[in-house]
Design a protein around this ligand. Structure first.
Ligand SMILES: [Fe+2]
Length: 228
């Protein structure tokens, strides 16, 4: 079983025993529900047509692979990792209500268009809040907040930003830089993207998460994350 098997997303050997939860029946059935949520999150993309422009589910899964590796290194519980997995997959789901002329625009967005794009954190949470756990929804709402308070929609700062969202922010920005994008001719090297993450420690990103990301990257994370 791989670490990212969709029915059993986490191999328990990756979960430090010191943080393993008491295995009572109700907690086990809660975890089962969360595992099913991972599958439900992926199925939200099944009726989206895969355009030549961008594969949205693939992006969510790439963000999930990076986020989960960071989450494991951070010592998150299995429950938290499941929230992280669901939230990573659906983080941008609100974007896909936008017209394709904006979503796949080949050029700079106007101010009005950018304001509309920003709303995806709200529309995404409205769309999914009755389906998934609030801990996963927090990722949808807060993944564009910046550690220094310069992000959107609330302008939250530092530890005021939910922890899981701080992890996804790092994974999302890194993945957006290294993925092939239709609007960009040149490829951004993984090492350049990792340097950007490092440079933005304390500005866009939580320094502790950057520290974890950097050690994972230096240990060969890029190769592991690119495997599909
Ligand atoms: Fe987003």
């Amino acid at each position: 079983m791989s670490l990212f098997d969709s029915t059993h997303p986490y191999n328990m050997q990756y979960i430090p025993s010191s943080i393993a939860r008491k295995k009572d029946v109700s907690h086990e059935s809660y975890l089962d529900k969360l595992r099913k949520d991972v599958i439900a999150a992926k199925s939200l993309f099944s009726n989206r047509k895969v355009t030549a422009k961008f594969n949205e589910l693939q992006h969510g899964e790439f963000v999930a692979r990076i986020s989960l590796t960071i989450g494991v290194a951070a010592g998150l519980s299995q429950e938290e990792l499941l929230h992280l997995h669901v939230g990573s997959i659906i983080h941008d789901i609100g974007k896909y209500d936008l017209p394709e002329s904006i979503l796949y625009k080949d050029g700079l967005l106007t101010c009005e268009e950018y304001e509309l794009v920003k709303q995806h954190v709200i529309s995404g949470s409205i769309k999914t809040s009755s389906i998934f756990d609030p801990n996963a929804i927090q990722i949808v709402v807060y993944h564009h907040e910046h550690y220094n308070g310069s992000g959107y929609m609330r302008g939250l700062k530092g530890e005021g930003i939910p922890y899981l969202a701080r992890i996804v922010t790092v994974a999302d920005v890194y993945s957006a830089m290294v993925e092939k994008r239709y609007y960009r001719q040149e490829t951004i090297l993984e090492t350049d993207a990792a340097s950007f993450v490092s440079d933005q420690s304390g500005a866009i990103f939580d320094p502790y998460i950057v520290k974890l990301f950097t050690s994972l990257f230096d240990a060969g994370g890029a190769k592991q994350w690119m495997k599909v």
